[in-house]
Design a protein. Structure first.
Length: 383
């Protein structure tokens, strides 16, 4: 009999990337797990009911036990989790879907690193944050049994910035993928998608935190240029739907920003149904990030038939291949993206080519979470 502690205390009611990863990986893990496996799932008290509803479809199986953790504050949560995990010292594996300060457990311990944007763009993060992340990764490198990574880019960054050598440290490929909340929706028929680009209207969507790391300043730079272009174009309306949390950078990024021909629609947090509908109706989805570990909104938007406008970073080459057009600081965003949009609307063959690449990427990414669950199970039973 094997026993696993699945630490889901990073799961929050208003989902973020870690929450989506956690629930999808666990769902796939449960679908593959063997009869000789018992599971303890640690989850924050405030998120427990939602977690059970989404992951277990409302009913927890007999082989799994839900353990609620205090969430009155970050420190209280960490202390309560550490005490409870230590109290149960019969685990074969303690799995944590993100880096967090959990240091004393029985069995093997695996944590997952999603991205190292902090190392790619160090000036965008505080000194305290650098110290905290360095401390967590140091502990993972020397005290955890294996390091999980969600993409080849993340693996490369772990090795590069923290001198982790795969031949000396076990590294598990636990990829991200297209979430079940997306795949439970049928894909939009290509004929309907093509019709969107016959109308002289544009709906953009951007999903993520409103900061420089996510490239929101790059987006605004393009929109200012595009706003002037629209004065002479025959587009009837242009709307940009912004779905994401505001940050301490948001005010300074948006300061003095106004458009004559573009409507900025700030939506904040949205539920699944609303977000999926926005993806369906959008013509383009912006991903001008300076770095990503994966890019969940990218694969979600492509499932629903939106065309991605992406920065030239490694992980987007990983997902979309080098054949897909990308944009960078050297070539410039303004004119290059404008020309890309014009070509989409004016060249049907090019539109078909782009959607061919998108559909290929969607097919590859559909199995991401299943691969992650299988690799985690293999690690459990082979070690």
């Amino acid at each position: 009999m094997k026993k696993v502690a699945f630490i889901a205390t990073g799961y929050i009611v208003k989902y973020d990337g870690v929450s989506v990863y956690t629930e999808n990986l666990l769902r796939e893990f449960l679908s593959l797990k063997r009869d000789d496996l018992l599971l303890d799932v640690y989850v924050s008290k405030s998120a427990k009911d939602l977690f059970v509803k989404r992951v277990f479809d409302g009913g927890v199986p007999k082989s799994a036990e839900m353990i609620s953790i205090k969430d009155s504050g970050a420190l209280a949560k960490i202390i309560d989790l550490q005490k409870r995990v230590l109290f149960k010292r019969d685990y074969d594996l303690v799995f944590i879907p993100n880096p967090m300060p959990l240091f004393f457990t029985s069995g093997k311990r695996v944590k997952v690193i999603h991205d190292l944007t902090i190392k790619r763009t160090p000036k965008l993060f505080s000194k305290k944050m650098h110290i905290y992340i360095d401390f967590l990764v140091f502990c993972m490198k020397y005290f955890d049994d294996a390091l999980g990574y969600i993409s080849d880019q993340t693996k490369g960054d772990i090795c590069r910035f923290y001198n982790v050598k795969p031949q000396q440290k076990e590294m598990l490929y636990l990829p991200n993928g297209i979430p079940f909340k997306v795949m439970q929706n049928a894909r939009v028929d290509m004929k309907e998608i093509y019709k969107k680009y016959e109308q002289k209207r544009i709906k953009f969507i951007v999903v993520g935190r409103i900061n420089r790391s996510k490239g929101f300043d790059r987006l605004l730079k393009f929109l200012k240029y595009f706003d002037l272009y629209l004065q002479k174009s025959d587009f009837e309306s242009v709307v940009v739907h912004v779905v994401g949390k505001q940050t301490h950078e948001t005010k300074s990024i948006l300061e003095g920003c106004s458009f004559k021909n573009i409507v900025l629609d700030f939506l904040g947090y949205t539920d699944d149904e609303t977000l999926n509908d926005l993806y369906k109706k959008s013509h383009f989805c912006f991903f001008l990030s300076r770095n990503e570990g994966y890019g969940l909104p990218l694969v979600e938007s492509m499932w629903f038939g939106a065309i991605a406008i992406v920065s030239d970073i490694e992980v987007f080459n990983e997902i979309l291949t080098s054949r897909y057009p990308k944009f960078d600081d050297q070539s410039g965003y303004e004119e290059a993206i404008k020309e890309f949009i014009e070509k989409i609307y004016n060249d049907r063959n090019y539109l078909s080519f782009i959607f061919g690449l998108i559909n290929e990427a969607v097919e590859r990414e559909k199995s991401g979470y299943k691969k992650a669950a299988q690799n985690l199970l293999n690690y459990l039973y082979e070690n």
